[in-house]
Design a protein around this ligand. Structure first.
Ligand code: ASP
Length: 439
């Protein structure tokens, strides 16, 4: 068995946390490939090293004195090194970083040093080989991640090493210039490594015991999801689930490698399993609830719209022409509504409305703002009668006015539109009826 283990920033924020990580890895010899993040926050008032690096580089790029900032970053690492009693000096590394900052190496280079240095410490601490991600994770000239090229290089490289540390979050263009993924991107690196070594499992260690059925800021003590499919997670991530980077699913999904979300501070907990498919029934009819505020709806009416071929295409063309992606398009016989992100749409609304008039000649266009979308996701919904009925009666009892309903054709999710002000209330209502009542 081969396991790839990724540890998030809070799992590596201090020497104490490093020791827990060391124990987890040493306890299981199958944990052979380790992907660390940069040191995160030690407490709620602390700053992540990645953020310190961005701020430090901003000063360097503006020609300001950044020595004190870099010194504070070095101190974060030094505290870990001393706490672990390692014979390791990062003096040379910091000299190089200072020089490169002065030479304008770029903010991606700056941010990547968080993972790079933590990787060096981790490799030293574990006695594993250190492999710089810049040598094995490749980006195309246009900034896109080169999945196949990377997979070739990485699988060959890791095929020759029994145990290694590969820092998360970054790679490089072919000319060697560093490029990072988006924030939280170490999850993606872990997934890429898992694919390359054809791991049996990709363990993603964080500071919660798995994915929660609902956002804990809305419902305290939400239960943990035991098993969730990749597709369910996609739906939920898109709607704001944040524990796991949404792009990190793709590499492992290709190989059907399960992901296990675990808690560094409670390693005995089973965590959440993210799998391709399962016969495990989820405890409740629904697997999870997620949602986002800040949508607009553009409601377009035209008599006999249903018989006009190409009407929908013309309407959507107007959005495309102004670079706006649409989220949902529920439609009726003479109406069609397009949901878009409010912040993307706001500045362009009149232009888009004019384009719809020009292209599709509708009778009326009505724009509504401050809407929220809630996704109720669950593979169990397909085979359970009355799920939608229960959701809507529960919302009615809570006096939530439902503005839109869209059930995906996979019957994996139901999307509900409500006004922003009803958002939390609506989520509580759905949670209660499925999780607390547990009918
Ligand atoms: N350190 C990076 C961030 O803070 C990447 C990561 O932690 O995954 O976003």
């Amino acid at each position: 068995m081969k396991k790839v283990v990724k540890f998030g920033g809070s799992s590596l924020a201090s020497a104490e946390q490093f020791k827990k990580v060391g124990e987890i890895i040493r306890r299981d010899t199958e944990r052979r490939y380790v992907v660390p993040s940069a040191p995160g926050k030690r407490d709620s008032k602390d700053t992540k090293v990645t953020d310190m690096l961005y701020a430090c580089y901003d000063k360097a790029a503006a020609g300001e004195d950044f020595k004190a900032d870099l010194k504070a970053i070095k101190a974060r690492y030094q505290e870990i090194i001393s706490g672990l009693k390692l014979e390791l000096s990062l003096d040379e590394e910091f000299k190089t970083i200072e020089k490169n900052f002065k030479a304008g190496a770029g903010e991606d280079y700056a941010a990547s040093r968080g993972e790079y240095l933590n990787g060096i410490i981790m490799a030293n601490y574990l006695g594993f080989e250190f492999i710089d991600a810049a040598a094995v994770i490749v980006f195309e000239e246009n900034g896109e991640f080169a999945a196949e090229k990377t997979n070739g290089i990485l699988s060959q490289r890791l095929g020759k090493v029994e145990k290694a540390v590969i820092p998360g979050f970054y790679g490089a263009y072919e000319d060697g210039k560093i490029k990072t993924f988006s924030r939280g991107g170490s999850d993606i690196t872990g997934s890429i490594v898992a694919r390359a070594v054809k791991a049996d499992v990709y363990e993603n260690w964080t500071d919660v015991s798995g994915l929660l059925v609902v956002d804990p800021r809305i419902i305290e003590n939400s239960p943990v999801i035991e098993t969730i499919t990749y597709r369910e997670l996609r739906e939920l991530s898109y709607m704001g689930f944040t524990v796991f980077h949404e792009d990190a699913i793709f590499p492992v999904r290709r190989e059907g490698i399960p992901i296990n979300i675990r808690n560094t501070n409670a390693p005995a907990d089973e965590g959440t399993w993210i799998v391709e498919s399962t016969c495990q029934k989820s405890k409740y009819v629904i697997t999870g609830i997620a949602g986002k505020k800040g949508f607009c709806s553009v409601n377009i009416e035209k008599d006999k719209m249903n018989s006009e071929i190409g009407f929908g295409r013309k309407v959507l063309q107007a959005f495309e022409d102004y670079g706006i992606s649409f989220e949902h398009v529920p439609s009726g016989i003479d109406t069609m509504t397009v949901f878009v992100h409010q912040d993307e749409f706001m500045d362009k609304e009149q232009k888009v409305a004019a384009a719809i008039h020009r292209l599709a000649d509708p009778d009326t266009i009505e724009i509504e703002s401050d809407l929220a979308l809630i996704a109720v996701v669950g593979r169990g919904m397909k085979s359970t009668r009355g799920t939608a009925g229960r959701i809507f009666s529960s919302l009615a009892h809570r006096n939530v006015n439902v503005r839109m309903i869209d059930q995906g054709s996979s019957e994996l999710n139901i999307i509900i539109g409500v006004s922003n002000s009803d958002f939390e209330n609506a989520i509580r209502a759905i949670y209660e009826i499925f999780v607390e009542v547990q009918l």
